[in-house]
Design a protein around this ligand. Sequence first.
Ligand SMILES: Nc1ncnc2c1ncn2[C@@H]1O[C@H](COP(=O)(O)OP(=O)(O)O)[C@@H](O)[C@H]1O
Ligand SMILES: N[C@@H](CCC(=O)OP(=O)(O)O)C(=O)O
Length: 370
Amino acid sequence: MAALAPSLNAARRLVIKIGSALLVGPDGLRSQWLRGLCGDVAEWRRRQCDVVLVSSGSIALGRRVLDLPDGPLPLEQAQAAAAVGQIRLARAYEEALAPHGVKTAQILLTLEDSSNRRRYLNSRATLQTLMSLGVVPIVNENDTVATDEIRFGDNDRLAAQIAVTCGADQLLLLSDVDGLYTANPKTDPTARHLPVIEYLTPEIEAMGGDPVSGLSKGGMKTKLMAARTAVSGGCAMAIAEGSVDRPLTAVMNGARSSWFLAEGDPQAARKRWIAAMKPKGTLVIDAGAMQALQHGKSLLPAGVVTVAETFGRGEPVKITGPEGQSLGCGLSRYTADEIRRIAGNHSGRIEAILGYPGRAAVIHRDDMVL
Ligand SMILES: Nc1ncnc2c1ncn2[C@@H]1O[C@H](COP(=O)(O)OP(=O)(O)O)[C@@H](O)[C@H]1O
Ligand SMILES: N[C@@H](CCC(=O)OP(=O)(O)O)C(=O)O
């Protein structure tokens, strides 16, 4: 029996990627379309769904303002265009969401921000805080500082990385095509649409071709790479035609799309990821902390007895009980030296001891596997 596609209606945390060609037309920003999209975003917020928007379009908007020619731009010009376009892009979202009472924030990231564990944890914490405050973050690649070696280069993969980082259960790529076909439908009239992709097999991955549109970057290739990241992170991913009015409502009402099914749920995937890491050090904790962890609490400095070896912030450490029992592992929010100084102390004393404020927990329960 064919597997069932998830319903967009059921998303609890949704990341939506908007391609340049949707947002910017021959006459500039497609304001009316953006108002429709933002009407949908507000509707999903009303349903208590957290929403993150990953939007392309800064280069497409900026190049128009700077009168740069069509076609690929040299890196420096693309970076300049992005700097000019990004302020317009962010303002457009803010203005389209404000009438619905939805607050926005701008987040610009590079590939390094996801590969460097400390920066990754910081951006994750900021995203979580923004969502807990009901804000819709607008994310784009930080094109002004991202040179070729350190860039995602396309927002499909950035969106998948964001979806996994913030534990989203669904990722929607709004594109100029209504899903994955057996070949590029713009060039091959025999191409067949695939509504549900249960497993990302090599055959499926070979279907991804390049884009035809002049504004776009990755084509289907990068969307399939995004699918690999999303589904293995426990997030279902859909590709849908975004140019229609109110594209989320359209998908919910049955507009054609392709769904890639998730492997497990986001939390389980994150725990698998942490469990697979090689610990860099060990924290020995007392009996009270051991009991607290077993009741689903975070590890506070007060419960740490000793720290072995050297590790940095965000690195994996082993957690051991007072009798040397192996309890599990987790990502440390402090360096080994910092924990040595705050061990045994109440979290309220962290700032006085270290000389700067820090997070209350040494290992947050979301970053821990027992
Ligand atoms: N197997 C395929 N199925 C669907 N589209 C494909 C396929 N291979 C290549 N494509 C191309 O990928 C395009 C979508 O990618 P792209 O233009 O980069 O979109 P976006 O700007 O939304 O990121 C389609 O319009 C199509 O030309
Ligand atoms: N960061 C770039 C977007 C790059 C990109 O992935 O574009 P697209 O293929 O249209 O989603 C920009 O804002 O122009």
